[in-house]
Write a protein of this length. Sequence first.
Lengths: 329, 328
Amino acid sequence: MAVILTVENLKTQFRIEGGLVKAVDGISFHINEREIIGLVGESGCGKSVSMLSIMQLISTPPGEIVDGKVIFDGKDLLKLEAKGAEMRSIRGSKIAMIFQEPMTSLNPTLTICRQLTEMLELHLGMDSQASRKRGIELLKLVGISDAETRVDDYPHQFSGGMRQRVMIATALSCNPRILIADEPTTATDVTTQAQLLELMKDMVTRFNASLVIVTHNLGVVARYAQRIYVMYAGRIVESGNSKDIFGAPRHPYTIGLLKCVPRLDEALDRKLVPIPGMPPNLIRMPPNCAFLPRCQYHIERCMQEPWPELREVGNQHYVSCYINTQEKQ
Amino acid sequence: MKPSQDNIMVDVIDLKMYFAVSRGVLQRKVADVKAVDGVNFKIKKGETLGLVGESGCGKTTTGRCILRLYEPTAGQILFNGQDITHLPERKIRPLRCEMGAIFQDPFSSLNPRQSAGSIVGEPLKIHQIAHNKQEYEDRVAELFHVVELDPSMTDRVPHEFSGGQRQRIAIARALACNPSLVICDEPISALDVSIQAQIINLLEGLQEKLGLTYLFIAHDLSVVRHISDRVAVMYLGRVVEITTSQELYQNPLHPYTKALLSAVPIADPVVEEKRERIILKGEVPSPLFPPRGCHFHPRCQIAIADCSQIVPPLREVGGNHEVACIRV
């Protein structure tokens, strides 16, 4: 599979009153063509900020992308002017994004039609008739019944799940190469979540696009993602094929996450093993591994040396940890 | 084996809770939101009953009716054999000592201007449990210990605590009067994944130590199954299935329960590959105009003509398993 997007050593920081927040602290990853990848982590780990950085949607100030490259189509996106024509022609068109809360991403004063056609007119230069026709087609595609009349409705006339479908239709309207879904189903119910994720999967298959699912839900990535990146405190701590991450996790954080969530199919008497403590304060980060205070496997070396680089431990399986957790388990 | 009557702590019989919708200058009542529309279940002493369903299914309203924060429209609620359905406020107050409540959002359920200690101690004052200052302070410190918080933090205000710690404060407050029943309404859904397990384990430990009975209301089926002895599944104001946690996953009977289970992803790609997925069509109808007959019939794959006519009663199908469907 050909690589479609590469991120190298991306660093995004926010200067706030209390100090400097290193929200994303040197992450590297890539997205292959027609691939579904999962970016997993808890709130504040930098998963959303890293996606917004790719799109150059970080508001400056207080935020700033201080280092790194985002290579897409042979070009470094971070070299482009954030508000320039070239970045605009990529953002939303070649790389599209769906956000968590569809009500805040849709303009409440515009009809669904207007919001759908804006993209088509802007990026593809369609006239209003053609774009309206295409808009209705897209709504049908994402499963909105009676699309011809509903296209003239306003967002408040749609339910949460329907709005997210509209968002998916908007995101797909210009045939993007990559669709980034940032916590797309966190605000929805579980049966709606299943509907929306199936829809997204079908749509990216149909449009030959790649999908990045950003989520804290391990089940969702286990179901859909082929490759997974696990983030903690602004860094990627483990990455690999879905089966390796879930079948043979190596980083103590990944191991901990899998042990602390109840599973539907497990024995009822299994005791959950919580990860002790709390995620670190991103302003006062320790020089060594940020997971160290919560890690039950830690060794002498973890305290003395800086945060470990990612090292290869298997086929496409990388982990940033000094410890051989397999031995210790 | 039928549970004997004195083993039952809460008995909910055909509970209905309608909220009036009014319009116009005269605020005439135009319709009812049938939030809870004929719910039946029992909570046994010392058990955890899980109440699961999607948003708007009436699970929170049911919990609030049991706490008598709402006065039910119809039906009955028996608490330790006593009918509390229409008790006046002055008579319900002492009973609230017996019932604790933990809510979803520890950010809005705690007064931001009150110190943690006085939040936890307030029930002691209201119910006049502490007789002097020393007794009060001892009890607050004890409650902090029980929820594994440092008693030296009593003077801090909520924003100085993390989400998990705040939920511990809320739990301490719920336990202040030594309740026998605790209604936990989505107690962990606002917390981060790695913190959720801490709270679940705490709740499990407290139940063992203090002999509590829980009504655990949540939308996350994996969590509900983990913590509960029995689980009641709700859909649009009605209970569609009640069974043991074991049976729930191994032998779900109601078509809605099956769809709900299949929608919950399991954190294991090998298992996921083999699982059957039922993707429901459409959305949950409005509780303003619920479908006739079985509320689930418009989305049900096995519905027949009768399903739109008959309201299926919850019936025992053996082995502690009740289901409300005429097709199973």
